[in-house]
Design a protein around this ligand. Structure first.
Ligand code: HEC
Length: 127
């Protein structure tokens, strides 16, 4: 009797998990307006050092290398042809008017200049 109950719970748990997965897949699909382009560029992975900086300074909460998240992808930022210094100053003082169809980024003055420069140079390298 106990065993039957255990299996019943197990089946329920599996059913719950897989329905959860389905829901998130559906919502991903509806946001995904350019599946081919994203599939092609999604392989960009920042080098370990940069990834660590992006993670430490919370950039990854809102940015990915090649996909729009809350903020523009770094590949799209690279297309704007900023200099490294310009990117550093935009990290400290974002100009939301540069990205009218995005919410405004909050400036991150606590990021050390050295780290911001490394990130900026990596962004430029994505061109
Ligand atoms: C809370 C979300 C959030 C975080 C955290 C965040 N950004 Fe942003 N970022 C945005 C949004 C939204 C935009 C576009 C709107 C804007 O520029 O204000 C943006 C724009 C940018 C731009 C383009 C600036 C321009 O004017 O073209 C750069 C570069 C950038 N972010 C770098 C970073 C870096 C580096 C970090 C981490 C140190 C970071 N962001 C953290 C949301 C974020």
């Amino acid at each position: 009797m106990k065993t039957t109950f255990f299996y019943a719970m197990l089946i329920l748990a599996i059913a719950a998990c897989s329905s959860g997965t389905n829901t998130s897949q559906t919502s991903n699909e509806s946001q995904n307006t350019q599946p081919t382009v994203e599939a092609k560029v999604a392989v960009i992975e920042p080098p370990a050092e940069i990834n660590e900086l992006l993670n430490k300074h919370t950039c990854l909460t809102c940015h990915a290398a090649a996909e729009r998240v809350v903020g523009p992808s770094y590949v799209d930022v690279a297309k704007r042809n900023y200099t490294a210094d310009e990117i550093v100053s935009l990290i400290y003082n974002p100009k939301p008017e540069h990205w009218p169809d995005y919410p405004p980024m909050i400036g991150l003055p606590k990021v050390p200049k050295e780290d911001a420069l490394k990130i900026a140079n990596w962004i430029i390298s994505l061109k």
